[in-house]
Design a protein around this ligand. Structure first.
Ligand SMILES: NC(=O)c1ccc[n+]([C@@H]2O[C@H](COP(=O)([O-])OP(=O)(O)OC[C@H]3O[C@@H](n4cnc5c(N)ncnc54)[C@H](OP(=O)(O)O)[C@@H]3O)[C@@H](O)[C@H]2O)c1
Length: 313
């Protein structure tokens, strides 16, 4: 089968097409095979490829295959899902550390990662959803803010941030987004009540406080801004970061959390039904063939690009 391998740590040029033997039915107990149609390119993929996470990935060394988000068709039955069923999910790549990610024609997955994919959601659209939407949902669950609370979402233009804005607004929170300037209208459509342009932290803070002088009840730090954003929070407020190394030290009785997205098939099933019903909006920035994974990484690293880049397989 065709895969894209990381051949060494470095820039996008280290990604290279290769052939590997296709997994066989039952060759790894507890795993089932999915023939992929689409895989998302995540920020973690870029960082793993660059060597930034070399210490976090233990003994795994190139060549290995990146990729977390996926959508495709089951090759083996999985619980109630028959062979041939359309499915989507994400592979917890850092927990598995098999180096057999989703930049591949066939992957082995745990049935507990799989959600059925509604007929009217394209594979490429589906591949933009799982990790980001589940992480947003699990981050908001850690905040556990009561209805009517004010939530600041940084990186609101980002893939995770957009889901956080929508899910928080649907839960009755008053959302203030920090975003790329041109995305203000779109974020308001998604449910943000107020949008502040990204930029110098002091200016962002001043803009937030001009809108919410009493300060906010919670922060969902999708841009990994960390400590400077704490000043936007009330005493005793709640903060969730998407990265342990960017999680600030607690102060003023603020609760500080880090979220690591974990597969949740039931939650993802509901999310994909909401995507099918257009109650949750996802955005795909580009769809590119698997063979162009290196170019996909270049684009992903080239600055503001709202939405997931998806590889079509
Ligand atoms: N913990 C987990 O399980 C988990 C899961 C998924 C993602 N993540 C991490 O969460 C982060 C967001 O992921 P994503 O997929 O949403 O990435 P993304 O689509 O690239 O979004 C990141 C957003 O942050 C914004 N940003 C970056 N620097 C900023 C700054 N200094 N001030 C204000 N905004 C800034 C970017 O703005 P522009 O668009 O203007 O560049 C972008 O909108 C990544 O670091 C990713 O690795 C963690």
């Amino acid at each position: 089968m065709r895969v894209v391998e990381v051949t060494a740590y470095g820039g996008p040029e280290v990604l290279s097409m290769a052939r590997r033997p296709e997994p066989e039915a039952g060759d790894v107990p507890g795993k089932v095979r999915v023939r992929l149609k689409a895989a998302g390119v995540t920020v973690a993929d870029l960082r793993i490829r660059s060597g930034m996470y070399v210490d976090a990935i233990g003994g795994l060394r190139p060549p290995f295959v990146l990729g977390t988000d996926f959508a495709g068709r089951l090759l083996d039955p999985a619980g109630d899902l028959p062979a041939g069923a359309r499915v989507a999910g994400f592979m917890p790549w850092f927990d598995e550390l098999t180096g057999e990610g989703t930049y591949a024609e066939v992957v082995r997955v745990d049935p507990a990662w799989l959600a059925p994919l509604p007929e009217d959601v394209d594979f490429t659209v589906a591949a933009s959803v799982p990790l980001a939407a589940i992480t947003a949902r699990q981050g908001l669950a850690k905040l556990a803010l009561p209805e009517g609370s004010t939530l600041l979402v940084t990186g609101a233009s980002g893939v995770v941030g957009r889901f956080a804005v929508q899910l928080a607004a649907a839960a009755g929170l008053r959302v203030v987004g920090v975003s790329y300037e041109g995305d203000e209208h779109e974020l308001k459509v998604l449910g943000a009540q107020h949008v502040v342009p990204r930029g110098d932290p002091a200016k962002v803070l001043a803009d937030v406080l001009a809108y919410a002088p009493e300060r906010v009840d919670g922060v969902f730090d999708g841009a990994l801004l960390g400590t400077p954003v704490l000043a936007a929070l009330k005493d005793g407020g709640r903060f969730v970061s998407l990265a342990a190394d960017r999680t600030p030290t607690a102060e003023r009785d603020i609760e500080v959390h880090t979220v690591v997205g974990r597969p949740d098939a039931a939650a993802l099933t509901g999310i994909l039904e909401q995507v099918a019903a257009r109650e949750l909006i996802t955005r795909v920035a580009d769809v590119m063939p698997l063979e162009e994974a290196a170019e996909a990484h270049r684009r992903a690293e080239s600055g503001h690009r709202p939405g997931r880049i998806v590889l079509m397989i």
